[in-house]
Design a protein around this ligand. Structure first.
Ligand SMILES: [Zn+2]
Length: 263
């Protein structure tokens, strides 16, 4: 079946349909995940992806769905949601941001699959991860909070680095839970990738601190130093992450100054 792959570690109750929107920010394209317990009638779909009729038709063929879940409001994940709902005859779209659909609660399960919603802001304010369990197998659907390869962007000012670090820290609790990201390949251990992401973020913060100490006064100048080899196609993303880092350091030093004031 076109677009369907399965990889090592991918639970048998999960199907990947990859949207045909590859690019510098979307890697091979947006991952649309379909979760259906063995023998169950209803499934759920996570991140319908862009408004691409062919992709949405392939998803719809795999209904019926209890709900359409979205990890966050970026268009490459949610643009097709309303159209997919229409194709399915009104299946509800559930999202953390009420502008995108019905309000997502703390759980969003379907026959034979428990799904817990984890608030993981940082990439965007509305980012969530879905922790699904069927039988004794757990799987973490991470949207753009953690990608299958490379690193994610903190989409400042909607995204916030302090929130993001706290969210990554939260995800380090899921040892040996398979990670199914919004883009790129699946990873076998959510906790391990979350720890690597945290280490990377701390390293970048040190680099930004050093660039500022060496006299870089604008986000652009910091990008020139810290992301010296960046592909021009994703430089804007590095700039957004850099603004998030500068904002974080500014607040950190303000908090430090306030602590000094109270001594
Ligand atoms: Zn995103």
């Amino acid at each position: 079946m076109e677009g369907v792959r399965s990889a090592e570690g991918q639970p048998e109750w999960v199907t990947l349909l990859r949207a045909p929107n590859p690019g510098p920010m979307t890697l091979d394209g947006t991952n649309t995940w379909i979760l259906r317990a063995p023998g169950a009638e209803h499934a759920v779909v996570i991140d319908p992806g862009p408004l691409d009729e062919g992709h949405l038709a392939r998803i719809a063929e795999r209904g019926p769905f209890r709900s359409i879940l979205v990890t966050h409001g970026h268009h490459d994940h949610v643009e097709g949601a309303a159209r997919l709902s229409e194709l399915l005859g009104g299946t509800p779209v559930l999202a953390a941001d009420p502008r995108l659909g019905e309000r997502l609660g703390e759980t969003a399960g379907v026959d034979g699959i428990d799904i817990r919603v984890l608030a993981t802001p940082g990439h965007t304010r509305d980012s969530v991860c879905f922790l699904a369990r069927s039988g004794n197998v757990r799987a973490m659907f991470s949207g753009d909070t953690i990608l299958g390869r490379g690193t994610a962007v903190v989409a400042y000012p909607d995204g916030d680095l302090g929130d993001y670090l706290a969210s990554l820290d939260r995800l380090t609790a899921y040892e040996n839970v398979v990670l199914l990201p919004g883009h790129g390949p699946i990873r076998t251990d959510c906790a391990e990738v979350a720890r690597a992401y945290l280490a990377h973020r701390r390293e970048r913060l040190d680099q930004v601190r050093a660039a500022v100490a060496a006299g870089a006064t604008t986000p652009e100048a910091v990008v020139d130093v810290v992301y010296a080899d960046i592909d021009p196609a994703v430089r804007f993303a590095a700039e957004r992450s850099t603004r998030a880092q500068l904002d974080y350091l500014r607040r950190e030093s303000q908090a430090g100054a306030e602590r000094l004031d109270t001594l």
